[in-house]
Design a protein around this ligand. Structure first.
Ligand code: AMP
Length: 372
């Protein structure tokens, strides 16, 4: 089976790495002009001239990034099976549509309002009560196009700095930690849920993911499974879906979803019986799902901006290095290291030991390292 992937970055690369053992072949369709998948056939098409050519070479289509025009996904869906469905893309590209769907499905969100002017932003901040987070309604990712307002008086400056005609304004969530759940749905509707991950960000970029999330109460995992199941079934979704959440004293609050394999699931390559990548390929190819049980405890460390001393990391007996074959640039995701351990104590020691060889890495902070 030939799988067409829209997008040709590291997620596509890891999908292909997981798909080759199942005898899948891959064709990537790149609209950015700078593909990095480095595997399979890549069609670079900045002007949409070669879409028919791409379609003639594949049996099924999936995607590895969600900022893809919905019209392109719909056009493709008229010719070849596309998983996940274009509606999932549409929802994820628009924070208002996403939060509205969460609300309809009973998934808790921060209280929110829409603002289409600086005056409306000020009014929303007054009504919700500061602090609030203002985000561009479309085209935002990794914390870009966002501003925190400490007072309604900040509205004018925030509006100008974001520079977008429509914003979603959310009440600032007082969370203990950020977590995510990754689930996969097969063509026949079968479902599997990975254990949740605890995620640490620095300057808007994910740095560390620990899975299973430490000290996670059973009912929290069950709530997250219920929420993501509602989304998967509502969207008649096939493939891997990620839901990012805040854990608060009142339970989980949803932030956003991603209709694809996710950085907070990279631990699953060595840390689960079947990785998120293999399960996505299984689902979109119409196969049964694989076992999602963890193999011990994992922490994923992102390699951001510079590679650091990879040779030293390769010497560590508990570290698994994954490089994306990309050039160094500040803030760029260049690879990740998966660390495995049998206890959280051992995991913390190993993560710190590894992170010292990644000079760009912020200090390892998590619920495991928090005092008190
Ligand atoms: P997003 O682009 O929506 O994922 O937001 C990026 C980051 O901003 C999140 O990972 C959080 O750390 C923070 N953030 C976003 N929305 C909120 C909110 N309503 N309350 C508190 N922090 C937020």
């Amino acid at each position: 089976m030939r799988i067409g992937v829209l997008g040709a970055g590291q997620l596509g690369r890891m999908l292909a790495l997981a798909g080759y053992p199942l005898a899948k072949t891959f064709v990537f369709y790149d609209m950015s002009g700078s593909p990095s998948a480095g595997l399979g056939e890549v069609i670079i098409d900045r002007d949409g001239q070669y879409l028919d050519d791409f379609l003639s070479r594949v049996d099924r289509v999936t995607y590895e990034f969600e900022h893809l025009p919905v019209e392109v996904a719909e056009k493709i869906a008229a010719h070849k099976p596309v998983h996940p469905c274009p509606r999932a893309l549409q929802v994820c590209q628009n924070r208002e549509a996403e939060k509205t769907l969460f609300g309809q499905l009973g998934i808790p969100t921060p209280e929110w309002k829409i603002a289409d002017s600086a005056a409306a932003l000020k009014a929303a901040a007054e009504e919700l009560g500061c602090p609030v987070v203002a985000k561009s309604n479309t085209e935002g990712y990794d914390g870009k196009g966002q501003a925190v307002l400490k007072s309604p008086e900040d509205a004018e400056a925030a509006w100008d700095s974001i520079g977008h005609p429509r914003l979603i304004v959310e009440k600032f969530v007082d969370f203990h930690r950020e977590v995510s759940i990754i689930a996969v749905r097969a063509e026949d509707g079968d479902l599997a849920f990975y254990p949740m991950a605890e995620n640490t960000h620095h300057e808007g970029i994910l740095r560390y993911s620990i899975a299973p999330a430490p000290k996670l109460e059973r009912h929290i995992q069950e709530d997250a499974e219920r929420y993501i199941k509602a989304l998967l079934n509502e969207l008649d979704y096939v493939g891997v879906l990620t839901l990012e959440l805040f854990e608060t004293s009142e339970g989980l609050v949803a932030n956003e979803m991603a209709p694809r394999v996710h950085n907070s699931g990279h631990w699953s390559i060595e840390g689960a019986m079947t990785s998120q990548f293999e399960n996505h390929i299984r689902a979109v190819s119409g196969h049964p799902l694989g076992n999602v049980a963890p193999r011990g405890l994992s922490c994923m460390i992102n390699i951001i901006g510079e590679h650091g001393d990879i040779e030293r990391i390769l010497e560590l007996p508990y570290a698994h290095v994954h490089l994306y074959n990309k050039g160094e640039r500040p803030g760029r995701k260049l690879g990740h290291v998966n660390i495995l351990a049998d206890s959280y104590e051992e995991l913390v020691w190993r993560v710190k030991n590894c992170a010292q060889f990644l000079p760009g890495s912020p200090e390892f902070k998590s619920s495991l390292t928090a005092k008190g």
